[in-house]
Ligand binder design. Structure first.
Ligand code: SIN
Length: 292
């Protein structure tokens, strides 16, 4: 299969291809809130054809995050589903060897000192080309709690004042992996450096053309080109703004639930309120583009 054909599998990949509000033939999509998130039913993610993948991609572009129930995928089927949307990233803190290196195990139990993703973030935004999306398949859930929050970064951007939009126009920010991984369960044992990148504070979604805020508490360490105190104050303002409940949806997991989120247009935060109970799932991460 030629490169062009491969890149186009799974539906629209450019702004020119993008149309919103078309009906779905292969899947049922029900909005979770007017702004962000949708429940998708009528699909077995272990067995999807090209048309279904294209509709899932379109639904993701429209809703930032999709929720599926009762998915019985094996690890290999999970990887195959992820690959329908692009190459899979290997997490910067993944072990150097072993099977299924593209799978990140998300796990917390009575022995955990922390849980993954407890701070608002967009996955691995410290990479030069951060992931387009992440697909988390939950296997074990606690008796209560362990929800995940998602927030629309397009809605957050649109709600900024025109003066703030003008201030941020053309500004860049530093995203540093050491800031989050250095002191976590993902810390490197080999002494190698974590990725670090400079990205626009406002990025353009490559498929919808929408503008999205692209700084996050997890990875962003400072705004470029302004004094440290100004950077700290503006970033704190943006974080508080983007965490407003109006831009959010909250997902309650069940065994077999899948969330597929778009890291270009959404941030998320895992809630660790279930200690000492166990919560376990597998995540694969689809490669993305250099933000612009
Ligand atoms: C993550 O991928 O950041 C973790 C999300 C979660 O555990 O809900």
């Amino acid at each position: 299969m030629g490169e062009t054909t491969k890149r186009r599998r799974g539906g629209p990949r450019s702004v020119a291809d993008w149309t919103e509000g078309q009906p779905y033939d292969r899947i049922t999509v029900e909005k979770a809130t007017p702004t962000v998130g949708a429940y998708v039913s009528g699909v077995d993610l272990a067995d999807v054809d090209d048309e279904t993948v294209a509709e899932i991609r379109r639904a993701l572009n429209e809703n930032c995050v999709l929720f599926f129930r009762d998915q019985g995928m094996s690890v290999d089927e999970h990887i195959s589903f992820g690959r329908r949307f692009g190459e899979l990233d290997i997490h910067p803190a993944a072990p150097d060897s072993g099977a299924h290196r593209e799978v990140l195990v998300i796990h917390a139990d009575e022995n955990s000192a922390r849980a993954n993703g407890e701070e608002w973030h967009s996955d691995v935004s410290c990479l030069p080309a951060p992931p387009m999306g992440s697909i988390l398949h939950m296997h074990v859930v606690p008796p209560a709690g362990g929800d995940t929050l998602f927030s629309s970064m397009n809605a957050a951007y649109e709600a900024l004042s025109d003066r703030m939009k003008a201030y941020l126009d053309g500004m860049t920010a530093v995203h540093d992996g050491a800031h989050i991984y250095g002191a976590s369960d993902f810390s490197r044992k080999d002494g190698a450096e974590y990725p670090r990148a400079v990205h626009p504070v406002v990025r353009t979604h490559p498929e919808t053309g929408r503008k999205c805020l692209f700084v996050n508490r997890g990875f962003t360490t400072r705004l470029s080109g302004v004094p440290r105190d100004e950077s700290d104050a503006v970033l704190e303002y943006l974080y508080r703004h983007m965490e407003h409940p109006n831009f959010q949806v909250r997902f309650t997991w069940q065994p077999g639930s899948v969330a597929f989120w778009d890291n270009r247009s959404a941030q998320h935060r895992a809630i660790w309120d279930y200690w000492p109970h166990r919560r376990t799932g597998n995540r694969v991460t689809v490669q993305g583009d250099i933000p612009y």
